[in-house]
Design a protein around this ligand. Sequence first.
Ligand code: PEP
Ligand code: MN
Length: 343
Amino acid sequence: MLVVMKANATPEMIEAVVKSVTEMGLSAHPIPGANRTAIGVTGNKTQVHSDRLRVMPGVQDLVHVTEPYKLVGLDFHPERSVIDVAGVKFGGEELVFIGGPCSVEDRDTTLAIARKVRDAGGEVFRGGAFKPRTSPYSFQGYGEDALKTLDAVRSETGLRIVTEAIDPENLRLVAKYADMIQIGARNMQNFSLLREAGKSGKPVLLKRGMSSTVEEFLMAAEYVLSEGNPNVILCERGVRTFAAHTRNTMDLSAIPFVRSKSHLPIIADPSHGTGVRDMVAPLARAAIAVGADGLIVETHINPDQALSDGFQTVGSDVFAQIVDEASRIAPVVGRTVASRKSE
Ligand code: PEP
Ligand code: MN
């Protein structure tokens, strides 16, 4: 870190900062300039706890050099992580496609959707059993019955299962059925849930909060890793902005930015990212082009009948089209698609 002193800071003020830094067990290196002095701080393994320095007389600014996230960052882990979800690998050369309805539906409908996902080249099935809905009067999911339906999907199709946990207690139940636990946008900073997900050791799909910065997003992942669970896959799902033509603004730039800061895989959710059925395929193509490691897409055999989020759910034909288009973009960004290798 660099402590930038004000131009009128006195030698006593500079000396006091040096003393405080030394008391913190770190080394201070004053660098006198033409107008002001900067003090380099070294010896820290994580970001310096700088609150004490910020308020000292003569201090103008603090410039952090070390990232605050040490486990998810690239400083101590420069090689990219490949996360294994029951045999499906995220973050390697191959793109991974997750498809399924917003909420788990009745068994027959859910299985019919799952077969279409598998036939299109999807490898993981999504579907909420416990839904964090904005309104308490909206459909809240079929609960444990839905988890049993997901179990049937896995045994009948071979697809891996990702489904959301909404509180720490419910996470333990979800972990019994799921191959990967989803932590949704509304819970991205539910720290007890993040810690519980960390303790479970299961792969975690962590979605970006709708009003969170990328730094907050990475710090949320840090919670899971700090409990000893390195298996986190990040998901950009759009953020709130003033734009009214979409439900959320899909922050495509977050994808290359996260990849420049973290070794964790990052996938994209163009369904929640747009909230508009006809925009899902275009934004899916864009996400692959900017370097996403895969996609999670809401799809249904009859989107208009979906129990939730039907307006942003694509039909099975469009899901297949998305996989096909992604497989054609893949070579441009140095990726491959497993289901298309033999073609
Ligand atoms: C979902 O995946 O259905 C969901 C609720 O997503 P998000 O948490 O991103 O809103
Ligand atoms: Mn949804």
